[in-house]
Design a protein around this ligand. Structure first.
Ligand code: HEM
Length: 476
C-alpha cells in the first residue's frame, strides 16, 4: 500500500510476502503467473532459502559472501542455468549471454571494445537523436492530453536507442512493428514456460518453445540478418571455411561508428578470426534483447515512482538546471548529474530488471548450511537481496540518498551482476538512463492513472503486471 503524503512513508509497490505454501497457491491461482509471487517471506530475512516445492532443488541466495563466491568462481563450477539458456537460445543462439567456459571468454574479449568509453561516447549521439524524436512524439501526446502506456513507451524508446546504436539507423516502421510483435510473443512464452518448468522440470531437461514462438524468433533473426548485410559488404567480407574475414575492419568501425562495425572488426586474440555471420546474428540478438528490455524495465519503474514523488522531481530539476542550464544535455553533463544517478540506482535496487540471476551447481556442493546436489538451481536473487532486512535500513522505502551515505554492503547490490560476467552494457545503460531521465523530467510532468493498481511481476524482466497508464503535460 503506498502512502503519497510523506516522502519517508512512501513504499513503492511490491507483493506481500507470504508463507511458502500460500505463496505456491497464490502463484498457481493468479494471472499473470510470476516468480515474485512464489518468493516466501523468509527469503527477505534469511541468507539462503530453499524453495521446497519444485522437482529439482532450488536455493535462493541473498548472502553477499556466497553471492560473490558463486558469481566470481571459475565459470565451470556454477554455469548458466540450463532452463534460461534453453529459453533464450531460439533468439540469441550461443551468444555471450548464454555461453560458458572458453566459448564465453572468447566472445567477451571480442565484444568488450564496442562498450568501451569511446564506444559509449559515439553511442551518445544516437541516444540523443532517439530522445529528440521521442520528445517530438510526446509533445503531440501531451498536447492532445492522451493517456499512454508507460511500459510500451519505454520499450519503444530503448529499442530505438539500441537499434540506432547497433546499426546507426532507426528501424523502418514495418520492420520495427514486426520485431516488436515477434518479441512480445517470445517474451510472453518464455516467462510462462520458465515458471512451469521451474516447478515441475528435471535438471537439464530439454524444453522446447512452442512453434509460433520459434517462428517469431526466426523472423527477428531474419531482420537482423538483413540489417547486417551493408556492414558486411562495407567490410569486404571474404568467406573462408565458414569464417568471414573482413579487410579493413578497424577502418570500417571508425567510418560507421556503430556496434555492428565493432563486431565485424572484432578478432579472436588467439586465432585472429572474426565472428561468423551466424555468430554476429547471435550477438546482435542478445544486444537487442539485453540492451532494451532491461533499461525499459528500470525506466518504467523510475518514471512511475517519480509520478508519485514530486519532491524528488523538484530536486532533479534543480540539479539539471544547475549542471546543464537551458542548453543541450551533453555526455559530460549526464556524468555530473549525481542525484539523478542515485534515483536511477535506487530504482534499480527496488526493481532490478534481472530479478534473479540463475546458475546451476555443476557438482554436489555446500551453499551456506545447505547441501546442494548436482543440478540444484542456485538463484542469486537481486530482488530479495536488495530488499533484505539485514542488509538495508528500511529496505522497502524509495530513498535515493542512501547511495550518498556509507551503507552499501559489498555483494548486497548487484543490478548488473558481479564478477567476470558483470553486464557488459552497464556503463551504456547508466548513461542512456541518465539522459532519458534528465531530458524527460526537465520537459514534462508525469501523472500516473490508477497508481494504486500497479504491481510488479517477474517475467523476462521485472515489469508491472499490467500496463501503467500515464498522462504528461509540458512544463511551463
Ligand atoms: C539497466 C539496464 C541493464 C541491467 C539491469 C542489466 C543487467 C545485467 C545482468 C544482471 C547481467 C548478468 C547476468 C548473469 O550474470 O547471468 C547482464 C549481462 C549482460 N548484459 Fe546487461 N543489463 C542492462 C543493460 C544492458 C545493455 C544496455 C546491454 C547491451 C547493449 C547489455 C548487455 C549484456 C550482455 C551482453 C550480458 C552478458 C555478459 C556476459 O555474460 O559476459 N545489458 N546484464
Amino acid at each position: 500500500m503506498t502512502d503519497n503524503r510523506s516522502p519517508l512513508l512512501y513504499r513503492p509497490p511490491a507483493p506481500v510476502p507470504l508463507s511458502p505454501l500460500v505463496s505456491l497457491l497464490r502463484v498457481l491461482t493468479s494471472q499473470p503467473r510470476s516468480l515474485l509471487g512464489l518468493v516466501p517471506k523468509e527469503a527477505y530475512t534469511e541468507m539462503v532459502t530453499p524453495l521446497g516445492y519444485s522437482r529439482r532443488g532450488i536455493l535462493l541466495v541473498n548472502d553477499p559472501e556466497i553471492t560473490r563466491t558463486i558469481l566470481t568462481n571459475p565459470l565451470e563450477h556454477f554455469p548458466k542455468n540450463d532452463l534460461m539458456v534453453g529459453a533464450l537460445e531460439p533468439l540469441v543462439g550461443e551468444s555471450i549471454f548464454v555461453s560458458d567456459g572458453a566459448a564465453w571468454r572468447r566472445q567477451r574479449q571480442m565484444v568488450e571494445p564496442a562498450f568501451s568509453h569511446m564506444g559509449i561516447a559515439r553511442a551518445f549521439r544516437w541516444m540523443r537523436e532517439a530522445v529528440d524524436d521521442y520528445e517530438a512524439h510526446l509533445d503531440g501526446v501531451a498536447a492532445g492530453g492522451e493517456a499512454f502506456s508507460l511500459d510500451a513507451a519505454m520499450s519503444h524508446l530503448t529499442a530505438d536507442i539500441i537499434c540506432r546504436t547497433i546499426f546507426s539507423k532507426s528501424l523502418e516502421i514495418g520492420t520495427a512493428r514486426d520485431v516488436f510483435t515477434s518479441f512480445a510473443e517470445f517474451e510472453r512464452s518464455v516467462a510462462s514456460v520458465d515458471l512451469y518448468q521451474l516447478i515441475v522440470g528435471k535438471p537439464w531437461s530439454k524444453v522446447r518453445q512452442p512453434d509460433h514462438v520459434l517462428s517469431a524468433c526466426e523472423r527477428i533473426r531474419a531482420h537482423i540478418d538483413a540489417l547486417l548485410a551493408p556492414a558486411l559488404e562495407a567490410g569486404a567480407p571474404k568467406a573462408g571455411g565458414g569464417i568471414l574475414e573482413h579487410a579493413g575492419g578497424d577502418r570500417l568501425a571508425e567510418a560507421r561508428g556503430d556496434i555492428v562495425a565493432d563486431l565485424v572488426a572484432a578478432r579472436d586474440a588467439t586465432t585472429g578470426e572474426g565472428f561468423t555471420r551466424k555468430e554476429l546474428i547471435d550477438q546482435i540478438g542478445v544486444f537487442f534483447l539485453a540492451g532494451h528490455e532491461t533499461t525499459a524495465s528500470v525506466m518504467t519503474w523510475a518514471f512511475f515512482i517519480l509520478s508519485q514523488r514530486p519532491e524528488v522531481v523538484e530536486r532533479m530539476r534543480a540539479e539539471i538546471d544547475a549542471v546543464v542550464g537551458s542548453g543541450e544535455v551533453e555526455l559530460a553533463h549526464v556524468k555530473k548529474l549525481e542525484f539523478t544517478r542515485d534515483v536511477f540506482r535506487e530504482a534499480l535496487r527496488l526493481y532490478p530488471p534481472i530479478t534473479f540471476i540463475p546458475r546451476v551447481a555443476a557438482e554436489d556442493t555446500q551453499i551456506g548450511r545447505y547441501r546442494a546436489k548436482k543440478g540444484t538451481m542456485i538463484m542469486i536473487a537481486p530482488w530479495t537481496t536488495h530488499r533484505h532486512h539485514a542488509l538495508w535500513p528500511h529496505p522497502d522505502r524509495f530513498d535515493p540518498d542512501r547511495f550518498m551515505r556509507d551503507e552499501i554492503i559489498p555483494g548486497s547490490y548487484m543490478p548488473f551482476g558481479l564478477g567476470p560476467r558483470i553486464c557488459v552494457g552497464a556503463a551504456f545503460a547508466t548513461i542512456e538512463s541518465g539522459l532519458m531521465l534528465a531530458r524527460l523530467v526537465r520537459r514534462y510532468d508525469f501523472e500516473a492513472i490508477a497508481p494504486e493498481e500497479v504491481k510488479p511481476v517477474a517475467r523476462l524482466t521485472t515489469r508491472p503486471a499490467s500496463e501503467i497508464m500515464m498522462r504528461v503535460r509540458r512544463r511551463g
